[in-house]
Design a protein around this ligand. Sequence first.
Ligand SMILES: *Cc1c(COP(=O)(O)O)cnc(C)c1O
Length: 365
Amino acid sequence: MNKINVTRSSMPTFEEYINEIKPLWDSRWLTNCGILHNELEEQLEKYLNVKNVSLFNNGHLALYTAINSLDLKGEVITTPFTFVSTTNAIVQNNLTPVFCDINEEDYTIDADKIEQLITDKTSAIVAVHVYGNVCNVDKINKIAKKHNLKVIYDAAHAFGVEYNGKTIGNYGDISMMSFHATKVFHTIEGGALLYNSNIKEKIKSLRNFGIINQEECEYIGMNTKMSEFHAAMGICNLRHIDEEILKRKKIVERYQEKLKDIPGIKCWQKQKNVKANYIYFPIYIDEKRYGISRDLLFEKLKEKGIISRKYFYPLVTDFRCYENYVSNTPIAKKIANGILTLPLYSDLNFDQVDYICDIIKMKGK
Ligand SMILES: *Cc1c(COP(=O)(O)O)cnc(C)c1O
């Protein structure tokens, strides 16, 4: 069996992409809200069923800008079980992250533990829809209303995910999606903010140095615009996204079927009332019941040419740059020590999935 990577970017055919970028040789309009950029924004507003989509050059700077646009101060409640981007975006806005634990079922923020962390300095909640699992948005919304807090979702993993029939960008004040090459839908590098409020002009300005017209700079903004070449990749990929997600669904169901009876292995499960996007397939390994550790299984898979990922390990709070921040998140710690995401991409075939599952069944032998 050839090497199996943890992910593999989906791409349109060469011809489809070339066809999309060809007009750029005539127009010579390569960035700054070009035709393809605006077309992709419109298409995504429709596909994601949200009033506003603003494109960015990557998800991280989109999240940074979302936080920035809300003029927050003081403390922000978030979780350490995420990609370091989430925490960095908070700290880069001169805010203090206060770490809340996650729940053991879907690894999102434990909404029952949020209120005890609220102080008179708290201004927002930045929660993460990890693995496309939807946070307890109803409870978070209630808490935010009661304490007058803003809610920002790191929805980097949640492209196309719906909860109670509404796409995920309709919850909270602003949601960020990442369109990085490793995500379900991508623009090579890219990202977006999704929101229903009327802050489009401010977001557009913050994305372009804070300029509002040729003679006026209103904010101290950055340059975080998406180019036409990136937007073109998005337009192509969006044509195939439903098919892409369906293929992933079948692979995930194969994994679930093959791994369901192994003691000590807990597979990712779709949440109730949620339309999932099958972006990752994490398994949690309970070392005592399974017999070998997550780290050993990771190594054994690697020896056989299968690249899995300890995602998310370590916790953000275990990185050296965050060692001075206090946190007490035992569940997050436990999950980080047992979690492993298995290879998942649309052209992974069932033989490959079966091969991986057999190795897991045999505990790496
Ligand atoms: C990918 C990712 C980001 C950052 O997105 P980029 O587009 O890579 O900048 C942020 N948060 C999470 C949870 C992610 O997975």
